[in-house]
Ligand binder design. Sequence first.
Ligand code: ADP
Ligand code: ZN
Length: 737
Amino acid sequence: MTLEYAQAALKKYFGYDAFRPLQADIIEAIYAGRDALVLMPTGGGKSICYQIPAVTLEGVAVVVSPLIALMKDQVEGLRANGIPAAFLNSTLSTEEVFHLENHLLAGHIKLLYVSPEKIVTAGFRQLLSHLKVSLFAIDEAHCISAWGHDFRPEYTQLQFLKDQYPDTPMVALTATADKLTRKDIIAQLRLRNPALFIASFDRPNIRLTVRPGQNRLRQIVDFLKKHPNHSGIIYCLARKTCEDLAQRLHAHGFRATYYHAEMPPQKRSQAQEDFINDRVPIVCATIAFGMGIDKSNVRFVLHYNMPRNVESYYQEIGRCGRDGLPAEAVLFFSYADVMTYREMFERDESTPPDQKALKIAKLERMFELAQAPVCRRKTVLAYFGETYDGNCGHCDVCLHPPQHFDGTIAAQKALSALKRVHERVGMNLLIDILRGSSRREIQEQGYHNIKTYGAGREYTSNEWAFLLSQMLHLGLIEIAYDDHHCLRVTEEGAKVLFQGKKVTLALPQPEEKDPMPTRTKTSKAEALGSPLEENQVEALFQRLRELRRAIAVQQGMPPYVVFHDTTLQDMALKCPLFVFDLLKVSGVGERKMERFGEAFVREIRRFALEKNPTGHKPKGISIIRTWALLEAGYSVAQIAEMRGLAPTTIAGHLATLYETGDNLDLSAWVSAEALERIQRVLPQLPEPYALSAIQEIVGEAYDFDQIRFAIADYRRQRRAAGAPPEDDEAEETPADA
Ligand code: ADP
Ligand code: ZN
């Protein structure tokens, strides 16, 4: 098998012109029979890496996938592209399983998705031994490792695959794996000398922003107002927060739902479906939501609470902007979240101590990342072991760099206050003391009598929180986790307090009027080479989305399975008037063109006739005018009359429509016998065909119109067999010519 076949399959089934970086290399490795480990960020295009080999190689590809929702989604998407795929998991009835097994044994299935629980059963192993397996793909492979952050014990049983099928290539894929996890995956799956592919984790279309957690609701409302109708996820830590937040957003006039693991299953899947199908744009959810949701037009992910580690953060924000269009990730951080997680980890009896330590270390890294006054993108990529040259220029730090200043006095005030209250207070109480709050606890403990009470009024609470967490990271103070999270002055801190050691701190970026990112203009709308003007592209895009929604409802499938947003964007940009031209649109493969092409092209034609854009060829528009009249029920003669064109010109239009994919019934204009007779002579003649030369051979019983239709039909058939279409630019004949 060669890459040429892979390339052709990519176009035919998925409608894409080119592989992304690494995809081709991975596919070549699989073709060469090698095992492979693939690390790619969410949305990077992992699935294509095994789906293309699956459709091009002999046999069935077996894909292990941890989540039932994910499987169903993937299979649905593949089928919509004309790829015979199926899934096998506990949701199938005995009858369905029986049916599926027969299909598998008959070799009708190219991709089979299986849950890890199912694949290890004796029944499945038996079935497997009767199948010709082209490759094994292990999706979310990090689940195999206890070092990862998503350990699933069932995954560890997958080693039998390589033992029993040593010569079948196996590809393990994941979006998150540090070095340790990588080694673990390779060892546990028993991959043999695997080719290692690590794609860049950079997702340049996602803008990263970190905001202090104060006034979250107000900040979120501001954000949503700036992104009307955008679809997005707001991650919360607790189930109660999800519900409350959704309710509050509702009160502010936003359509929001919520999702968490403790809802009744029916309500839960309803919320999910509503979100996927664009019925409700916003979902407030715990991290139970999102795994396996392949919705491409999620425009933002907000973290109401801080994620528990950088892996989760990156995986969660990776759910927005999968279509490559601009997306926003906003993280609200607060020290309280860190405390909550810490307590959660400490309390969890089922986690062995070394795992606990690992979790806490990962949490600290997440907190550091939220704090670091360095380009966010740089920091995140550094975490995944990637160096990023320069700064991204559009994260919050790049846009509003924090101001560094000599923070010695500020630090001394805090340290001194801490000492004076005998290191018996936590972060919030310390801030209140510094700010001179009249909180009851302060009065009760007599803290209002200490010398540093109210000594830090020059900073807001928010600013103090920012400064104190820097002091934590600088090691000037530490948290006594075993003693009510009281703050302690470290040795290093003592040097600052008693010996005047200098410290540099950064001030939080000033609270400007407009701190949250505003919607970025879609640069695609610049309409490079589009026959439409910029605002028309956007208008057409909206109409195509409406149509997609209607089709999705009618077909009972999520809108993005019909077409992704990127595909509709490109379609609006190219504005094709003819069905076969849809294949030039990124994301339209043959199956989808056959299935949905006519509907979309009709909408585009109506749009073109209404808006009268100037960028199309006049001939194209003329043909479309004929089409509209034909649709309205007029005959060729009537159309010719109405348009002041010769009837044979109109017949020519119909021939072109047919040739380029409209499903016209030709029998009204040309008999089967005539088609057959005329088409018999075409293979011997050179293109472009001269009508009169053909008529000389077949006789005058066949007129030019019949010959035109026969040619159109012939070319359409050849096109279906893979020949390139002709670009025929004949002039129009006026009625009186
Ligand atoms: P992952 O599994 O890595 O999260 P997917 O395989 O779901 O990512 O791919 C993300 C998106 O990118 C999908 O919409 C997919 O169709 C699209 N995509 C993948 N490969 C290509 C390609 N070569 N050209 C254009 N789009 C692609
Ligand atoms: Zn940046």
